[in-house]
Design a protein. Structure first.
Length: 391
């Protein structure tokens, strides 16, 4: 009997995109089970690959543009125009302008990185005459609350002397006044919908600075400095705009970009899969398979908080399907994922190595690990045969 396997992974940050991950898993499985039917459904969650995935799914087009990168350098990137839509719709991926991969390791300081390029991408979409903009939040290298993005679109963030703030989340502690009088008028006529991690909030003990700051190069002292600056940012937003953002779901997405989009551009925030699954629908594939394999760069206690493996497992369990997850690394308290539909997980690393080596060898490591999963499945098939034979 043919084994039908749905491969529905995320990408591995700074290494493989979701399509490449799916290809590696399928190749590894096929080494052992050449007769298996593998269905590849690479997924995105608003981070890297969001624009290309939605453009491909709708028959849209990519449009190159040069913007300001997160450390002030010029980078060549793109936005997308979706196909087959009633309203002319652009898709903007914040990671394409301000993602962690655009921040060299030696320059990773979230006090100074900026989302200015995200605003430039939005401005390019406005120049194209769009009526709706989808913004994907994820894989950010910034922690500026969307301040740079807003400044690129004419919003003035002023200090006590009436001067514009400089780049970076560290500047927010100086914020005295928010002036929207010169904000790009075209924003009033465009619907902006944001796909973000609904679990991420701006402030507090679980605020974005404390949860994700270390991943972006922040020391413990820097984390507290960022947290204080974002608390102050939220206070000024409440005073000037009347919006309470500190604990709002999604407000902490992409280093607080969710807050900037909501409060300064009047965007609407959505749990990311409400947006993504409109275009990347795996539910119709699940009834066709016997097993689901998913993957992510790191599997840990944060995975159930809106990461792709957890979402895939949640949907798979509607059909009582077993779920296997592969990861670059297995982090702290990863066992919690057993309570969220993942039946087995494993790291692709088989020997101690440095991060950069793991990134460079990711395709080989993932393919070999998938071969190992295939061999386990082969053993399971043989055990089942022995059981049916009366063994």
């Amino acid at each position: 009997m043919t084994l039908n396997i749905l491969i529905a992974p995320s990408g591995f940050k700074e290494s493989l995109d979701a399509e490449q991950v799916a290809d590696c898993i399928a190749a590894g499985i096929k080494r052992v089970l050449p007769d298996a039917r593998t269905i590849k459904a690479p997924l995105v969650d608003g981070g890297e690959g969001f624009t290309k995935a939605l453009v491909e799914a709708t028959g849209g087009t990519l449009h190159p543009v040069q913007v300001t990168g997160p450390v002030g350098q010029k980078i060549n990137t793109y936005y997308g125009l979706l196909g087959n839509t009633y309203y002319k719709t652009a898709v903007v991926e914040m990671a394409a302008a301000a993602g962690l991969r655009h921040v060299p390791t030696e320059l990773r300081d979230p006090l100074i990185t900026t989302t200015y390029g995200v605003g430039e991408l939005i401005r390019a979409a406005l120049d194209a005459g769009v009526e709706r903009i989808l913004v994907g939040c994820g894989d950010s290298g910034t922690n500026d609350g969307g301040a740079g993005m807003a400044q690129a679109l004419g919003v003035k963030l002023l200090d006590s002397e009436g001067k514009q703030l400089g780049f970076g989340g560290g500047e927010l502690i100086k914020l005295k006044q928010i002036d929207l009088s010169e904000r790009d008028l075209r924003l009033d006529w465009v619907q902006i919908d944001v796909a973000c991690n609904w679990h991420n909030v701006l402030c507090g003990s679980q605020g974005v600075a404390r949860v994700f700051g270390p991943q972006k190069g922040a020391s413990s002292e820097t984390v507290e400095e960022m947290a204080l600056a974002l608390e102050h940012y939220a206070t000024v937003i409440k005073a000037d705009l009347g919006i309470q953002v500190g604990q709002l779901p999604g407000s902490g997405a992409s280093g607080g970009l969710g807050t900037g989009l909501l409060a300064l551009l009047d965007a609407k925030l959505y749990p990311r899969y409400e947006i993504v699954m409109q275009y990347l629908e795996i539910d119709r594939l699940l009834p066709q398979v016997d097993l689901v394999i998913t993957a992510e760069g790191c599997l840990d206690s944060q995975t159930p908080r809106g990461k792709i493996p957890s979402e895939v497992a949640r949907r798979a369990k509607r059909y009582n399907l077993p779920v296997i997850a592969l990861a670059g690394t297995i982090g702290q308290d990863a066992e919690v994922n057993w309570q969220h539909g993942i039946d087995y997980f494993a790291s692709i690393l088989t020997y101690p190595c440095q991060l950069q080596e793991a990134i460079a060898e990711a395709s080989t490591l993932l393919t070999n690990a998938s071969e190992g999963i295939g061999r386990l499945l082969l053993v399971g098939r043989q055990v089942r045969h022995c059981t049916l034979s009366g063994w």
